[in-house]
Design a protein around this ligand. Structure first.
Ligand SMILES: Nc1nc2c(ncn2[C@@H]2O[C@H](COP(=O)(O)OP(=O)(O)O)[C@@H](O)[C@H]2O)c(=O)[nH]1
Ligand SMILES: [Mg+2]
Length: 369
């Protein structure tokens, strides 16, 4: 039985959706700000929940409180409300290269052949890399959610997401497509989930066949890398930019698993511009679809608000004061300081610094309450 996951941060915010293979049918209760902390809920997960990979959550630090003693979740809600207003006035970001429409069509066909679907998301932005139509395409198909790029978020981020999905009864694997962490667990889980296929075949007197797992998700989240790490060979082209995988491709892992690598899919129209900007910040959509200065300005404003970064870290790196509202001025000052007044270059520097972890490894999204 599958459960519809949903959560709202903002009136227009996309539903955190995904029907994942699970046995728990009760919808989540709202995140109780008084009784439930991220760490507490993980320490006693319901028996059906499987959290695979990632570091064990700390049992001693109440990560639901910030340094001022107020709720971290409240800060995130405030930030997202501001993000909505900041992005609403910008030129909309849209990215839909020609091959995606073709992929979508082919993928829907291939889905019929899959025993289990592995949906990969960017751990920095699990909500913004959730395709709004994925539920409809997958129906009751068995699913595993992968939060890849686990090395690019903090332990607190990971704990928050692990606790969130644990409450949903969602199987989630944290992985690192560059170094291969989580990939063996992923293959084990896929085989275990699809074991029923061969039980049925045997009952019919048929020989067992390899389990077919399709890897799907947004562009550049690490789908091909995960397959390559699992196979320990470069079978699928992977590169640090979106739109590299253009074809669907089945590859064999051992004698009992077949994996389908697919090009990233993304909605034709990204209706949520907060999500679009986060995709741009994380380099998950093509560079030509957005204005570097717009995106870097928003990033600066976000960074000033994240407790682990803040105005101090920005000042330390660039020797410029940020105030949380005038990211553009910040970028322009950096341009004057280092790039002969070229805002574009300054913006690119800020974006690259974030992507390289120069402000620490941090997620840009926390679970909804
Ligand atoms: N830091 C980090 N980089 C990753 C991870 N997984 C993939 N990458 C890098 O992200 C880029 C995109 O990966 P790719 O597999 O081509 O993504 P795909 O478009 O989803 O197939 C490549 O440069 C990878 O080396 C990860 O877990 N951590
Ligand atoms: Mg790829």
């Amino acid at each position: 039985m599958a459960v519809q996951l949903s959560g709202q941060w903002l009136p227009n915010f996309p539903t955190v959706s995904g029907k994942f293979s699970q046995t728990q049918t009760k919808p989540k209760h709202p995140f109780s700000t008084t009784t439930l902390s991220a760490t507490a809920s993980l320490s006693s997960p319901p028996p059906t929940i499987q959290i695979v990979g990632g570091k064990a959550p700390s049992l001693y630090v109440d990560e639901s409180l910030n340094s001022f003693g107020s709720r971290v979740e409240d800060d995130w809600v405030d930030l997202d409300t501001d993000l909505y207003h900041w992005t609403k006035v910008l030129r909309p970001v849209q990215w839909y290269p020609g091959h995606i429409a073709k992929t979508e069509k082919e993928l829907k066909e291939q889905l019929k052949l899959m025993d289990v679907v592995i949906e990969v998301r960017d751990a920095r932005i699990p909500m913004s890399t959730s395709h709004p139509q994925m539920d409809a395409w997958l129906g009751n198909r068995k699913r595993i959610l992968v939060l890849n790029r686990e090395d690019m978020i903090s332990t607190a981020d990971r704990n928050a997401w692990a606790a969130y999905y644990a409450r949903q009864g969602t199987k989630v694997v944290f992985s690192n497509g560059q170094h291969g962490m989580g990939t063996m667990k992923l293959s084990r889980l896929a085989k275990a989930l699809a074991a029923g296929v061969n039980v049925k075949r045997r009952a019919k007197g048929l020989l067992p066949r390899p389990v077919r797992a399709g890897i799907v998700g947004y562009p550049n989240v690490g789908k091909s890398s995960l397959i390559n790490r699992l196979l320990k060979r470069r079978m699928c082209p992977a590169a640090p930019r979106p739109g590299v995988t253009r074809e669907l491709k089945w590859v064999r892992f051992g004698k009992d698993l077949e994996l389908l690598d697919s090009p990233g899919i993304i909605p034709m129209r990204i209706s949520d511009q907060s999500a679009a900007i986060k995709l741009a910040i994380c380099d998950d959509i093509g560079e030509r679809s957005y204005d570097f200065s717009d995106v870097a300005a928003i990033l600066v404003q976000i960074l000033t608000r994240l407790p682990s970064v803040g105005i101090e870290a920005l000042h330390k790196r660039y020797k410029i004061d940020a105030d949380g509202h005038h990211g553009r001025i910040f970028v322009h000052k950096l341009a004057l300081q280092l790039f002969n007044g070229d805002d574009n270059q300054a913006a690119f520097r800020v974006l690259t610094d974030f992507r390289k972890g120069k402000f620490g490894w941090i997620a840009l999204e926390r679970p909804p309450r």
